[in-house]
Write a protein that binds this ligand. Structure first.
Ligand code: CS2
Length: 487
């Protein structure tokens, strides 16, 4: 395993952090240390840390889930002094490898909740960031409110034991900071949500309100929740990919990462307790991210999901394969050009057609081997976030429902876990239970429309949309995906 001692003698072609990682302070606490965070936020902060006067902005990572695998992950991070290599892969096959040193420590919350609270309460912590997935904000999609009735939230609210949810940790830490006069920190979501900062605000204030209305008022007054658009495709790294990355870099890294060479972070400049000089590291600061996130979520993420669901059914496993299939390529272009783009308000200077071409070319990057099971995973949460606005708009203006219906049908047929060649795979659906997933296999093709996946437009759902979904499912089952696609 690699650690700090190898920084002096890195293999040729691997860049070291432009600073001494052991001399960096911690100014940011991040919840959810997944691959995307490591290739995105940590990558930008790593660039900042190399600039003069920026050495207080190292990141402490926090894992919220317990269990043996999380324990092992925490031990590996610690054994590597939280260093890891990032390979950036361009479509033409060019690769660069750098060691990222921005992550300064890694804490496992279930193992030591007090250490996490102490860190958050420390006035050196000035920003709390998170990648907790689209479904992680505990929002009821039909009412838009924070759900107080889940067992974990109820237990955290009871205050009988140390917190287990991010809401419990952050709000308890803010209570301590308020009592100690330590001031607020910024709370920043790095998930792919519409108005991710506003969603985070709803969630944390919803929790705080149930705990203590005075505290909630203080948070509303003092804590900022910037909205941000985040973008960098970062595949899952399995043992085989890890071995290939290490063979190419010459490192012995237990946590290697690969990401596309493209990266973007557009952020509202609302940081109540200071921030690193991210604008010098390639981050765009804007007054309003709405247009950027609309384009990102409705074009990139939505078409990603569409290709993942239908590609899995056709027997593909990687996203670049789906775009080499002329039927899928035609279909996703039609979806973007006819269903999405006409209903977007793009930010000034952003050309939607150009964005479409760029997104599809990024998906086609063969150097990435990005997995459809990753992209299509947690589909139930993603559909609500990525498709809802487009579905609502098409329903409202009476547009053609056929492509949307096909996408929903492909999602439900995909949930059955068997492709058209009879090969099985396991869809990853953390928010659905087995009985819900089983609805996708019912003979009654409307039964699965009760899934929460479709809550985002339940109030405007029409019989015409239901009929079109049922017809598309019937066509997929009877004639196959390809025939259903060209209907
Ligand atoms: C993907 C994203 O999993 C998904 O839903 O669409 O992870 C995508 O790769 C990133 O948002 C790219 O920025």
């Amino acid at each position: 395993m690699m650690n700090r001692t190898i920084l002096e003698t890195l293999p040729a072609g691997v860049s070291a952090p432009g600073y001494d990682p052991s001399a960096i302070g911690t100014g940011i606490v991040h919840f959810g240390v997944g691959n995307f965070f490591r290739a995105h936020e940590a990558f930008y902060v790593d660039r900042c840390l190399a600039l003069p006067g920026q050495q207080d902005w190292g990141i402490a990572g926090v894992g919220l889930t317990g269990g043996a695998r999380s324990q092992e992950k925490a031990e590996t991070f610690t054994a590597q002094d939280c260093l890891y290599s990032l390979t950036e892969a361009a479509p033409d096959g060019t690769r660069t490898v750098r060691v990222i040193g921005a992550l300064r420590s890694y804490l496992l919350a279930p193992a030591d909740p007090q250490a996490v609270l102490d860190l958050l309460a420390d006035s050196a912590t000035r920003i709390v960031t998170m990648t907790i997935t689209e479904g992680g904000y505990n929002i009821d999609e039909t009412t838009g409110a924070f759900r107080l009735d889940t067992p974990a939230v109820r237990s955290d609210l009871s205050g009988e034991a140390p917190p287990t949810t991010i809401f419990g940790f952050v709000v308890e830490a803010l209570a301590r900071r308020r009592a100690a006069g330590a001031g607020p920190f910024t709370v920043m979501s790095c998930d792919n949500l519409r108005h991710n900062g506003d969603v985070a605000r709803t969630a944390f204030l919803g929790y705080a309100q149930a705990r203590d209305p005075d505290l909630a008022a203080w948070i509303a007054e003092n804590v900022t929740f910037p909205n941000a658009m985040v973008d960098r495709i970062t595949p899952t790294v399995d043992a085989a990919i890890s071995a290939r990355l290490n063979a190419a870099s010459g490192l012995d890294d237990a946590l290697p990462l690969v990401a596309e060479d493209f990266t973007q972070w557009v952020v509202e400049d609302k940081f109540c307790a200071g921030r690193p000089a991210l604008e010098k590291a390639g981050v765009q600061f804007v007054d309003d991210v709405t247009g950027y996130e609309q384009v990102k979520v409705r074009m990139l993420n939505a078409s990603h999901a569409l290709l993942a669901f239908s590609g899995l059914l056709l027997g593909y496993r990687l996203i670049d394969e789906t775009l080499r299939d002329p039927d899928l390529e035609r279909f996703v272009n039609a979806y973007l050009e006819q269903d999405v783009i006409p209903r977007l308000s793009t930010p000034p200077g952003l050309d939607a057609q150009e964005y479409r071409r760029s997104v599809l070319s990024r998906f086609s990057n063969p150097a990435m081997a990005d997995q459809l099971l990753r992209i299509g995973g947690d589909g139930s949460s993603k559909i609500q976030v990525f498709w809802t606005e487009t579905v609502r708009r098409v329903l409202a203006d009476g547009g053609d429902l056929s492509r949307i219906a096909f996408g929903i049908a492909a999602y439900l047929e995909m949930l059955r876990g068997v492709d058209e060649n009879g090969a099985s795979y396991t869809p990853f659906e953390p928010t659905l239970d087995a009985a819900q997933i089983a609805l996708a296999s019912a003979d009654d093709l409307t039964a699965a429309l009760a899934l929460p996946s479709f809550d985002g437009w339940r109030d405007v759902q029409t019989p015409a949309l239901t009929d079109a979904i049922v017809a598309a499912r019937r066509a997929i089952r009877d004639q196959g995906v390809r025939a259903a696609l060209s209907r």
